[in-house]
Design a protein around this ligand. Sequence first.
Ligand SMILES: Cc1ncc(COP(=O)(O)O)c(C=O)c1O
Length: 399
Amino acid sequence: MTTDAADIQSLETEYLLQVYRRIPIVLNRGEGSHLYDTAGQPYLDFISGLGVASMGHANPVLAEALADQAKTLLHTSNLYFHPLQGQVGERLARLSGLARVFFCNSGTEAVEGCLKFARRYWYSQDVHSRTRFVALERSFHGRTLGALSTTAEPGYRAPFAPLLDVTFVSPDDPLALEAALTDEVAALIVEPIQGEGGVWPLSNELAEVITVGCRRSGTLLIADEIQCGLGRTGAAFHSATLGLKPDLMSLGKALGGGVPIGALLMSQAVADAVSPGDHGTTYGGNLLSCRAALVFLDMLEQGGLERVRQAGDRLSQGLEAIAARHEVVQEVRGAGLMRGIAMTEKAAIAVVAGAQERRLLVNRTGGNVVRMLPPLTVTDDEIDRALDILEQALANHTG
Ligand SMILES: Cc1ncc(COP(=O)(O)O)c(C=O)c1O
């Protein structure tokens, strides 16, 4: 196996489908909040594989559990009863207040399942007119056809049209949202904090309109907690912080700490509409991914949420102080350990590059926002170091 960075890059360029614009760094080792390139250079990782490495890299408790599981049994399929899915399901149901869980393999698949089960619900009520969906502008829900249909970005959508019939409403226009919730809509789907769109928390005002509008019209509510859920904000789910009571919820990213897993949760009323054979996936709830999820949920429930709240406060205070010293910063947004600094697009490009030169990994989202999604295990010292580097990158930017 080659560890030469140039060889790795040229192999990939020759054989892989070119859908990613990769940064020319080859990372082949991690520990805690740090990643190491093939030359052994450390990077402080404040993006954690896009919000996935929730327990830090090479977490020893996770590694031991995975090795043990690999030595015992990896996969049996959903043909048989399963020793771990029920345990993860029980804990997710307890955390969310939703009754039942379906396991899949990724975020987009969890969204896909939510859309299907929303349709299934109305079909079982003999209401065949409720097939449409409402979503928000700036939304990102994934890349498979259903999830893409509810993703707002025209550039992602256009090459794959026609998509499902979705009405997009501005999150800044509660009246338009209220009007869009008609008796032709199966479900409204929202990210409680929009991630890829630029780290935009939904306002309390919009959350209130969602609650009232869904109740009035009977529209089902899908909360996409794939990025902002599972402790990322210091609460189990950010929808609960906003007072939302979703009928369906999509999960992914942090749940497996790096082992691919998605899950969708639903109310008993939605679950009652579903019959055996309606949906399924070969790998869903695979033993390895469930074992990872159990380790993650242990961490979350054993002080993890409180730790994220403390760390999030430290990060937010530091970012606000930086914002006050740099005119180019327009706004700091987010909650817990999901934060974005809005500035000009040119400055955001320069700050991400400047941070990378100083060995801090952050990324740009929504065009002009520098986003941070560190591991939920990030330490105070690491937060302070990231803040120092961001300050230097801002001070040196020429945007
Ligand atoms: C809110 C949200 N929904 C869905 C997805 C899609 O998840 P995945 O990339 O695992 O398919 C993402 C990924 O970034 C996301 O942030």
